[in-house]
Design a protein around this ligand. Structure first.
Ligand SMILES: N[C@@H](Cc1c[nH]c[nH+]1)C(=O)O
Length: 403
C-alpha cells in the first residue's frame, strides 16, 4: 500500500517552506509597518459561523462528522471567524482594530473539479470599526505596498461596489435576479440576450455588463442609469476613493461594477488583485467591505463596519517562482562539528552549543558518526557547509575550511 496525501492536499517540503516563508515574512513586515496585529483563530468552526448567514455556500465548506449535534467544518476563509472572535471574545475592544492573519484554509472546489477538496494558504488583513473613505483607501494602499514588498511587477486592481451592483440587480424580477447575476458575473452576453426581459431591462443588463474599464468612463456610464439617491451617494464615494488613489501616483485601477464575488457578505467596495505577468490574468487576492457581518455574531446585533483582503500565498508563489526571486536552496549549515572519538562526544556537543549561542544565527550540525574522514569532508562539501570543527577528547579543536 502506498500512503498518499488526500486528493487535493499537498505536502510542503523544506524548499517549498523556505519559499513560502520568504513571501510570508515580507507580507508580515508590511502588516507590522501599517500597525496590524496577528490573530490566530481556530481551523475548525461551527458551520453556522463559517456560513456567515447565507454569505458562504455550504458546498464550499468541507464538513466534518462529529458525534455530537454540532455541525463543524474546516474554515474556507478567515473573515467570518475573525468577525466572530472580535465581537464575542474582544468585548470592550476599542476601534479601529487592525488585524492580520496567515493561515491555511480549506475549500471544496465544487464548481470546477469533481468535489475535490483543497488546502490553500492565505495572508490577509481586516480593518474593523471604520466605514469611511480613509479605511477603504488604507486597505487598497496596503495591498499595493504588499505587492511592492514582493517586487511583484505587472498587476492591477479590479474595483467594484457590491452595494451598487446589488441594487442595480434589484430592478430585475425576483425570479430572474440570480440568472442575471450569474450571467453578469460570467460576462455571459448570450444569456442576457435570451432571458425573458423587457427592452428596458435588457438594455440595463447590457449596460451592467459594460461597466468595466477606466474609472472616468465607468462612472459616466453608471450615472446614465437613473440612480436613486442612495446609489448616487455610493457612486460619489467610489469617485472620491478613485480620486484619492489616483491623485498621488498612478494606482493601477480598473473599475468594474459588474464584479460579483462568490462570497456574499460584501456591502461596499469589492476588489480583486490581478497579476498580468505571464500574459495571463491571474487573481492573486481579493477582498472588500462588509459592514453587516460583525452584527451577525454580535450578542446584541450591533453592527461594526469592516474591510479587508486576502492574498493567496499559492498564487503569489506561482507568479514569483518564474522571476528567480524566491530562495533557490534551503539554507546550508555553517558548521559541522565532528567528535573524533567516542570520548570526544561531550566536548563536541559543548563546542557546537558555544557556536549556536552567538547572537547571529549560526547553523551547526553534529556529525552523527559511522563514516570516515573523507566521507565527512565529502558530506560537508555536498551540503555547502563552510567549516568543519574536529574535536578531540581533551577539547582540542581543529578548524578546517571546506574547499
Ligand atoms: N475572506 C475573503 C477575503 C476578504 C478578507 N476580508 C474581506 N474579504 C476571501 O477569502 O475571499
Amino acid at each position: 500500500m502506498v500512503y498518499q496525501p488526500a486528493a487535493g492536499a499537498r505536502d510542503l517540503l523544506p524548499l517549498d517552506v523556505a519559499q513560502k516563508r520568504w513571501i510570508e515574512d515580507r507580507l508580515q513586515q508590511v502588516f507590522h509597518r501599517w500597525g496590524y496585529h496577528r490573530i490566530i483563530t481556530s481551523t475548525l468552526e461551527r458551520m453556522d459561523t463559517l456560513m456567515a448567514g447565507e454569505a458562504i455556500q455550504r458546498q464550499m465548506v468541507i464538513e466534518l462528522q462529529n458525534g455530537q449535534n454540532e455541525e463543524l467544518g474546516l474554515r474556507p476563509e478567515l473573515t467570518a471567524s475573525i468577525a466572530r472572535t472580535v465581537v464575542t471574545r474582544m468585548a470592550g475592544a476599542t476601534y479601529p482594530q487592525r488585524l492580520y492573519y496567515n493561515a491555511n484554509v480549506f475549500r471544496r472546489n465544487w464548481e470546477k473539479r469533481h468535489n475535490r477538496q483543497q488546502e490553500y494558504y492565505q495572508a490577509g488583513v481586516e480593518l474593523l470599526g471604520s466605514g469611511g473613505l480613509l479605511a477603504n483607501a488604507e486597505v487598497l494602499l496596503l495591498v499595493a505596498n504588499c505587492l511592492a514588498a514582493l517586487d511583484l511587477q505587472g498587476w492591477h486592481l479590479i474595483l467594484g461596489e457590491a452595494g451598487i451592483t446589488r441594487s442595480l440587480l434589484n430592478a430585475f424580477p425576483a425570479n430572474l435576479q440570480s440568472k442575471v447575476r450569474s450571467a453578469i458575473a460570467h460576462l455571459d452576453r448570450i444569456t442576457i440576450d435570451t432571458l425573458p426581459l423587457g427592452d428596458e431591462l435588457r438594455e440595463r443588463a447590457r449596460i451592467m455588463l459594460d461597466l468595466r474599464g477606466n474609472s472616468a468612463d465607468v462612472l459616466a456610464k453608471v450615472s446614465s442609469l437613473h440612480l436613486d439617491s442612495e446609489q448616487q451617494e455610493a457612486v460619489n464615494n467610489l469617485k472620491s476613493l478613485v480620486d484619492l488613489l489616483e491623485s498621488d501616483r498612478k494606482f493601477p485601477l480598473i473599475l468594474d461594477l459588474s464584479l460579483i464575488q462568490t462570497i456574499d457578505y460584501y456591502t461596499g467596495i469589492v476588489f480583486e488583485v490581478v497579476s498580468d505577468t505571464d500574459g495571463q490574468a491571474k487573481v492573486l487576492g481579493r477582498g472588500g467591505r462588509y459592514d453587516q457581518l460583525l452584527g451577525l455574531y454580535h450578542p446584541q446585533g450591533e453592527n461594526i463596519p469592516g474591510i479587508g483582503f486576502e492574498l493567496s500565498i499559492d498564487d503569489l508563489y506561482q507568479t514569483l517562482v518564474s522571476t528567480q526571486q524566491l530562495p533557490q536552496n534551503i539554507p546550508a549549515s555553517n558548521w559541522l562539528v565532528v567528535p573524533e572519538s567516542q570520548t570526544a562526544e561531550a566536548a563536541a556537543f559543548a563546542y557546537a552549543q558555544k557556536l549556536r549561542d552567538t547572537p547571529d544565527l549560526v547553523r551547526v550540525e553534529i556529525d552523527l558518526g559511522g563514516r570516515d574522514t573523507e566521507a565527512i569532508r565529502q558530506y560537508a562539501s555536498d551540503r555547502s557547509i563552510a567549516q568543519i570543527a574536529w574535536i578531540k577528547a581533551d577539547g582540542t579543536t581543529t578548524i578546517e575550511a571546506v574547499g
